[in-house]
Design a protein around this ligand. Structure first.
Ligand SMILES: [Zn+2]
Length: 333
C-alpha cells in the first residue's frame, strides 16, 4: 500500500506527505492543522501553547468555509459542531482578525479530541513512521511540543513546495465536497486545462488547483526528467508531457496524452532539453511510481487515474498496472 511510496524515500518528509496527500478526509481539519504546524515549526519553535496553534487553525478554516464546504455531504453537522460554530462566528472573527473566544475555545477542544488524535494515523489503522508533535501539559494549559521531524520538514529546502501541496490538496478535497460537483468529481475524476495548467472539474470546468501543486508531492517533489528536487517559487518549472504531445497522432487520438497520468512537473531546462523525445526507461519507472502513489490518495485524483487504466482494460486496482500500461504505450510508439 502506501509503504512503497515511503520506502523510496524513507524520510520525515515522506511521512508528512502520507498524512497530507494520502490520508482519509471526511473533513478538512487535517489541512488546517498541517498548515498551522508548518508555520510554527518554520519559525523555529520547539513548542507552542495549544491556544496559539488554535488561532491560525481556526482562522484558516473560517477563510476556507467562506469558499467551499469543509465536510463531505454525508457528514452530519450539528449546531454545536465546530464547523457550524465557525460559520456563525466567521464574520466577527474576520472583523477581529482573530477567532472569537467561543470559536477559539471550541477549536482547542475539537483539535484535542479529533484532528490531533488522527493526524498520525493512516487508513487501515496504520501509523505514520514519524511523529510531528506531542500534546503535553495539564488540561488547563495544553502545550504542543513540536518534534525534530516536524522542524526537519518545515525547514527543508522543499518547504514552499510542501505548503503549496497542502494548499492544493485542500482545494481538491473541498471542491470534491461541494454540492453537485462532489458527485461528478467522484464519478468522473478531474480534467486538465492545458492553457492555464490547472485541474478543473469536468462538469463545471471550474479551476480546482494547479497541475504542478496537485501532483508534485506524489513524485517526492522531484523533477520527472532528472529526478533532482524541484522547488516551487525558486526553480523555473514546466509541466512535461512524459509521452510527448506530438505523438498523439500515432495513436489516432486513442490515448489521451493531455491527461494527468502523462503530465508531470519538471525543471524548465530539463523539459526544453528533452523536447520531443519519448521517455527513457527511468522516466517511465518514475512516472509509474508517481501514478501508483496517486492511486493511494482518496478521490478525485485517484478516480481520474483509475478511469484511464480501465479504459485500456486494466482493473485500476492492482499494483504494477501503471508500469505495464506505460510500457505498452511505449511499445506502440
Ligand atoms: Zn530536472
Amino acid at each position: 500500500m502506501t509503504v512503497d511510496f515511503f520506502r523510496e524515500e524513507p524520510t520525515a518528509r515522506s511521512s508528512w506527505r502520507l498524512a497530507v496527500l494520502m490520508g482519509a478526509n471526511s473533513r478538512t481539519y487535517k489541512f488546517a492543522l498541517g498548515e498551522a504546524l508548518l508555520e510554527a515549526a518554520a519559525a523555529g519553535r520547539e513548542d507552542i501553547p495549544l491556544r496559539d496553534l488554535a488561532k491560525p487553525y481556526a482562522m484558516s478554516l473560517v477563510r476556507h468555509l467562506a469558499q467551499a464546504p469543509q465536510a463531505s455531504l454525508n457528514t452530519k453537522v450539528g449546531d454545536t459542531d465546530f464547523l457550524a460554530v465557525a460559520q456563525r462566528e466567521a464574520e466577527e472573527s474576520a472583523r477581529l482578525g482573530s477567532p472569537t473566544e467561543e470559536l477559539l475555545a471550541l477549536a482547542m477542544k475539537s483539535m484535542q479530541q479529533m484532528v490531533m488524535q488522527k493526524f498520525h494515523n493512516l487508513r487501515g489503522g496504520v501509523e505514520l513512521p514519524h511523529r510531528f508533535y506531542e500534546l503535553t501539559g495539564s488540561s488547563r494549559q495544553r502545550v504542543v511540543k513540536l518534534t525534530d521531524h516536524l522542524r526537519e520538514v518545515a525547514l527543508s529546502e522543499q518547504a514552499t513546495t510542501l505548503q503549496s501541496e497542502l494548499a492544493a490538496r485542500w482545494s481538491i478535497v473541498e471542491t470534491s465536497f461541494a454540492a453537485g460537483v462532489g458527485q461528478s468529481l467522484v464519478l468522473q475524476g478531474v480534467a486538465v486545462d492545458l492553457d492555464n495548467l490547472v485541474i478543473t472539474d469536468k462538469q463545471r470546468r471550474r479551476p480546482v488547483t494547479g497541475v504542478t501543486e496537485a501532483v508534485i508531492g506524489f513524485q517526492h517533489g522531484r523533477c520527472m526528467i532528472c529526478g533532482e528536487p524541484l522547488t516551487l517559487g525558486i526553480d523555473e518549472l514546466a509541466v512535461d508531457h512524459v509521452f510527448p504531445y506530438s505523438f498523439m497522432r500515432l495513436f489516432g487520438g486513442k490515448i489521451d496524452l493531455d491527461a494527468i497520468w502523462n503530465l508531470a512537473p519538471a525543471h524548465a531546462a530539463c523539459n526544453s532539453r528533452k523536447s520531443n523525445r519519448p521517455p527513457h526507461h527511468d522516466e517511465l519507472v518514475r512516472l509509474a511510481k508517481r501514478n501508483e502513489a496517486i492511486l493511494k490518495s482518496p478521490h478525485p485524483l485517484k478516480r481520474t487515474l483509475q478511469l484511464t487504466l480501465k479504459l485500456y482494460g486494466y482493473t485500476g486496482e492492482r499494483a504494477g498496472e501503471w508500469y505495464s500500461f506505460l510500457q505498452r504505450v511505449h511499445r506502440e510508439m
